[in-house]
Design a protein around this ligand. Structure first.
Ligand SMILES: Cc1cc2nc3c(=O)[nH]c(=O)nc-3n(C[C@H](O)[C@H](O)[C@H](O)COP(=O)(O)O)c2cc1C
Length: 335
């Protein structure tokens, strides 16, 4: 059986409005941007289940301005009317270029711009973007200023606590971003050299909160709804951001414990949205497979089901297999 915990009590802090510049959200649960995952259908589902603030995945400013395949850029960064107000995440190390890309994002519908200062990937940091900006905070501050000057939108930053264990400069970076006009800071409580290993150090997030006046959002290793209350209360934060914990589990935001039937219905709803967003062709079906893995992980005989289902090339036959698998699971466990 899938193990999903949920708390009895939704903490009040979770439902307190939060401001990003002049934008007001009626709660402080953020979905962490994830490249190739947090697209329009995924964000819609997260919001339906209680997430308040969503943002596009990271895209390099250069790709926006110079990509040969503009269609791909538009698909990756698409925002829809019904998700407004919505954020747009940019990465880059050239203030002028990031500012110009931010203006483009505003014209495409973005309500705030988030600067990525956390991505650890080599191809990003070798060009001075993502978490490499932690080593050049003066440059990061100029980028934040340029975004505001050009796009005239509230600007947020998503950082890590430092480049290495010996150079944890989150307090300096946080202050410099605040002074540059950042409206909010989200911090993944790991260093760049940790990448995704080890544990997130939430004590550092608490220190950052005490150090700054702008809202501070904590991020890292929230895997259950009950972790949200714990983090908000223990560390007196303005909000939390959840990324991997929401994979196959949009209920992490609400704390609802889904039945097998609800998992089944939600997965189908997500699939339908995914297919209509990307078009009913082979690629869109293939890109949904990872979600099937996440929704069914921990369910009985799910590995065998996935082996069989992923061999299927035809979407409607795949849906039939999904239906049969869940029907059997519901018969065994009840709804
Ligand atoms: C597959 C994947 C893709 C990610 N893509 C992005 C991204 O585009 N922008 C970003 O700021 N963070 C990105 N992240 C980092 C997450 O937003 C988040 O900071 C990190 O996973 C820690 O939070 P978690 O423990 O809740 O997952 C990504 C993480 C994963 C696992």
């Amino acid at each position: 059986m899938k193990f999903r915990r949920h708390s009895d009590k939704t903490p009040k802090t979770m439902m307190q409005p939060i401001h990003i510049g002049n934008i007001e959200y009626n709660g402080s649960l953020f979905l962490g941007p994830m490249e190739g995952i947090t697209d329009v259908p995924f964000r819609k589902l997260a919001r339906k289940h209680g997430c308040h603030v969503t943002c596009t995945q990271m895209i390099h400013a250069q790709a926006i301005l110079f990509a040969s395949d503009k269609q791909r850029v538009i698909e990756t960064t698409k925002m829809t009317r019904d998700e407004k107000p919505v954020g747009f995440q940019l990465c880059g190390n050239d203030p002028q270029m990031v500012g110009t890309a931010a203006k483009w994002a505003r014209d495409m519908g973005a309500d705030f711009i988030d600067l990525n200062m956390g991505c650890p990937a080599k191809n990003v940091v070798n060009n001075g973007g993502g978490s490499a900006l932690l080593q050049t905070p003066e440059l990061a501050a100029r980028i934040v200023e340029s975004i505001q000057a050009q796009a005239k939108l509230p600007t947020t930053v998503k950082v890590r606590v430092g480049w290495t264990d010996d150079s944890k400069n989150y307090l300096t970076v946080g202050k410099m971003m605040e002074d540059a006009g950042a409206a909010l800071i989200a911090v993944h409580a790991r260093t760049r050299s940790q990448k995704y290993k080890g544990k997130a150090n939430w004590q550092l997030v608490k220190e950052l909160k005490q150090h700054l006046n702008i809202p501070v959002i904590g991020n890292g290793d929230i895997v259950a709804h009950s972790d949200i209350a714990k983090r908000l209360q223990e560390h007196k934060l303005d909000g939390v951001m959840i990324a991997r914990g929401a994979l196959g589990n949009p209920w992490i935001f609400s704390g609802h414990k889904p039945s097998i039937k609800e998992i089944y219905e939600t997965m189908l709803e997500h699939l339908e949205d995914h297919l209509s967003f990307y078009g009913k062709e082979d690629r869109s079906y293939r890109t949904f497979r990872k979600h099937v893995v996440w929704y069914t992980t921990g369910l009985k005989e799910s590995a065998a089901f996935r082996d069989q289902a992923f061999k299927e090339r035809d979407t409607s036959k795949f849906v039939t297999l999904v239906h049969e698998y869940f029907k059997k699971a519901m018969n065994e466990y009840g709804d």
